[in-house]
Design a protein around this ligand. Structure first.
Ligand code: CU
Length: 165
């Protein structure tokens, strides 16, 4: 286990403990957009004008319904985001729409800051589309994860300079 992975595992465990407890109210409380401080890094809104757009699907890699059974037995059910690498331009509002293709599996989207802090957390309900408009104000590489399916279901967003600069 790499140091980075170990740090992440600790954060994830604490996060899971904080958000555990079940019930509809706990679910609702667990979802959040970037706070005022994190909005200086990335601002996120449910609606608005977007200059670019990406659709991200949840892909079942190996699941109990379709197997392979030996793979599920060894790794558990495994999922992936597709695409799992997204490039955006700084200060360009970009709509990212998530399609949860699974009829019986909930996924989620956690966007991490450079210190691995969760800046945004939202549930992706089965058989549903969820979209937000992201405007990154800082260039660099950002990790995102489905906390329900770790470590395999993850991706990165690369924030490039504004177009023409
Ligand atoms: Cu997932």
């Amino acid at each position: 286990m790499s140091p980075r992975h170990r740090v992440w595992t600790v954060i994830w465990t604490v996060f899971a403990m904080l958000t555990a407890g079940g019930g509809a109210s706990a679910d609702a409380a667990a979802s959040f957009l970037p706070n005022a401080a994190d909005a200086k890094i990335v601002s996120v809104s449910k609606t608005g004008e977007a200059a670019a757009g990406v659709t991200v699907m949840t892909v079942a890699v190996a699941i109990k319904e379709t197997g392979p059974n030996s793979t599920v037995k060894k790794f558990g059910e495994t999922y992936a985001f597709s695409p799992n690498f997204i490039a955006v331009h700084r200060d360009e509002p970009t709509q990212i729409e998530f399609w949860n293709l699974q009829p019986d599996d909930e996924h989620d989207f956690a966007l991490l800051g450079s210190d691995l802090k969760v800046m945004m957390y939202e549930r992706l309900k089965p058989l549903s589309k969820s979209s937000w408009i992201f405007t990154f104000h800082r260039e660099g590489l950002f990790d995102f994860k489905c906390l329900t399916h770790q470590p395999e279901m993850a991706g990165q967003i690369l924030v490039l300079p504004p177009e023409g600069k």
